[in-house]
Design a protein around this ligand. Sequence first.
Ligand SMILES: [Zn+2]
Length: 259
Amino acid sequence: MSKEDRGDMDHIKFLGTAGARVVVFKQIRASGGLWFQLKGKRILVDPGPGSLIRALSSRPKLDPTKLDAVILTHRHLDHSADVNVIIEAMTEGGWHKRGVLFAPQDALENDPVVLKYLRGFLRGIEVLKEGGRYLLDGIEIHTPLRHRHQVETYGLVLDRRIGLISDTLFFPELIEAYRGLEVLIINVVRAGPRDERIQHLTLEDAREIIASTRPTKAILTHFGMTMIRLGPREVARKLSEELGIEVIAASDGMTLPLP
Ligand SMILES: [Zn+2]
């Protein structure tokens, strides 16, 4: 299959796999977010620092003027730093009113991460809420529950088959919310023990989530330093063996075709 052919098939491209401050701000891994192509629609989730450059320098190039939506799971900079420049690119500086932004309320008000002058460039803004179901040209975007994180944060279920567990402390309700999906992407920032103060998933949490939700395929991403030191690829191999479920460690620029 040529690379051009893949452009029309459903897939996810990882424009970054960095999580936590050190890995992001030293760019030990890139932090451009996740680019989804689903049923002909293009959705960029969590455009962190460098997202625009990562999209444009991808091979084949990802064209931000073709985006249909941008989703912020939460306002932290590693998930939102490029949202304004992406909105400018998507709308060609406001000349073409298009695209929908999905974001929690607190990303839009009180020290907003989305600049007000850009909002009118968009076709629409949807405020994410717990239990929300939103339609983007026939694709369902579902936010099953609010995560436990320092700021208002939601995970996603796209098209009823692809889950993204964004930043959160582990809590048991995550299991029901993300059970039995085709692909489950998990932000696994830490290798150490669970720590209520840090509010990120650890490797042990990811193991429990994958073992209990039983996705067809699990993808680990958003790595902090402790995960990078362990070697995410080796970690994923061991988890696959142990759980009998395909587990993949995402890498920068990785493309995952969707069934
Ligand atoms: Zn965060």
